[in-house]
Design a protein. Structure first.
Length: 451
């Protein structure tokens, strides 16, 4: 069999391992990489031999790298590459009958129905990680992957009928996916990836697939009060349970996470290691999901009291001269920068800016005009937009012109006073200065370590 693999990232490489060496392969990618397999009579590699535009995959205009992919017997495409394929192949083209993704294969072949999927604009990684840890603490055998953790085809054959699977599912992976997990969890949804989706309706439709194909035996868990999350859950045929509201987990007036009509207490918010009220939402999503499987309060509390978060999500880096430095490089929207600022009670010096995806920065501007923000250091394409809008509103405590993260950190350190925090929460993607948010965050940590 000749297999076409579109996209040579983690998922493409996982598909290559999954199908094994007995097949012929055509591997195509938007850009050259140094980890392509060696070309042989059984493996051919094609790519765009020119610099790729900054931004999300699937934005190249030269699609010659896809030539011949339709001649393969099976095509496995990385979901983010689908927009390129849609440009070449019409919706009714026979190509699509041969095309699939890792997620399609996983849902078609996995031996368990005990699958919990998590989506949302932000918080997916933290929430799905906590769900997996909590299930393990209750004695379940758990497999964790998807958009974080392991690629699903790397463990699908290890899963037994009684095991549990926790998947973080991004909008790309859910786009036109005809499967939904037994328990779907939808966190807060706000506009994002508008450089990939043509509009918010397309983005929301993708997110809704976490519920769209559920049956009456399945469960849809959603964030109460978030219109988009509620709309997504409305597409489910299953049992719908809100969180951050009864009967799902919520925070009561005494500052405790409780669940159910009888308000079973799980943990005091003061005992959580995760910073920020936004993480109260994530914790409540976790508790609501795991409660459908186990009501082991002690196990849940033990995990919640010890988990301090994932890298680049409000991660404490170091204290220098009485100033604490936090890496929130994963914060790629204005809304996430706002919640990061709200999570830190000290006066803040913010480093913000990055790749411009056309998203309004107004929510961030409103937060920065509050007295608690001591200074703003701007970087990247949207840095100029942020600085201009702040100046138009009379806010002058701004440093512009940093060309590197090291320069930005030095500028922030000069502006900070003992007792302050310096926060990298860019409110934008990284692609104008860095290949991804991890590199951006690591550059921040490196610069802080050098102070």
């Amino acid at each position: 069999m000749k297999i076409g693999i579109v996209g040579w990232g983690l998922e493409g490489q996982s598909a290559f391992r999954y199908f094994g060496p007995d097949n012929d392969y055509l591997i195509v990618n938007e850009a050259p990489r140094d980890d392509f397999p060696a070309q042989t009579d059984k493996i051919k590699v094609q790519f765009v031999d020119s610099p790729r535009p900054a931004g999300t995959t699937s934005n190249v205009t030269n699609l010659d790298y896809l030539k011949g992919i339709e001649d393969c017997d099976k095509i496995v495409y990385t979901p983010i590459a689908r927009k390129n394929l849609e440009t070449v192949f019409a919706e009714n083209d026979p190509f699509w009958s041969k095309a699939t993704t890792n997620q399609h294969i996983f849902f078609q072949t996995v031996k368990t129905k005990n699958i919990i999927g998590v989506t949302g604009t932000k918080g997916k990684g933290t929430t799905s990680t906590l769900i997996a840890k909590m299930l393990e603490a209750t004695g379940k055998k758990v497999h964790f992957g998807g958009n974080v953790g392991r690629a699903v085809l790397d463990f699908v054959n290890e899963v037994k009928a009684d095991d549990w699977v926790v998947l973080e599912l991004a909008n790309f992976q859910l786009y036109k996916l005809p499967f939904s997990p037994h328990i779907g969890v939808c966190l807060m949804i706000a506009p994002e990836h508008m450089d990939w989706h043509p509009d918010m309706d397309d983005y929301l439709q993708a997110k809704s697939n976490i519920f769209q194909h559920q049956t009456t035996d399945d469960i849809a868990i959603y964030l109460a009060g978030n219109t988009y999350s509620e709309q997504a859950a409305g597409t489910s045929a299953g049992i719908k349970i809100p969180y951050f509201a009864s009967p799902g987990a919520r925070v009561n007036e005494s500052g405790a996470v409780v669940i159910g009509e009888e308000e079973t207490e799980i943990i005091k918010t003061s005992d959580l290691k995760l910073l920020g009220h936004h993480n109260w939402q994530n914790v409540c999503a976790d508790v609501t999901a795991v409660w459908q499987v186990s009501q082991d309060v002690n196990a849940l509390k033990q995990v919640l009291a010890s988990f301090s978060g994932l890298p680049h999500r409000l991660e404490f880096v170091r204290e220098v001269g009485g100033v604490k430095y936090y890496d929130d490089s994963f914060g790629t929207t204005p809304e996430t920068a706002v919640v990061a600022l709200e999570a830190l009670v000290q006066p803040a010096v913010l480093i913000a800016g990055g790749f411009d995806r056309g998203i309004s920065v107004e929510p961030l501007i409103k937060e920065l005009l509050k007295d608690r923000v001591r200074h703003v250091v701007t970087i990247g394409q949207t840095g100029n937009k942020i600085a201009e809008e702040l100046k138009n509103k009379g806010f002058e405590r701004i440093t512009t012109g940093s060309q590197t993260m090291a320069q930005a950190v030095v500028a922030a350190a000069k502006a900070a006073q003992a007792g302050d925090v310096v926060l990298l929460s860019p409110a934008a993607a990284s692609f104008d200065m860095f290949p991804n948010f991890e590199v951006r965050g690591n550059e921040f940590k490196k610069a802080v370590s050098s102070l």
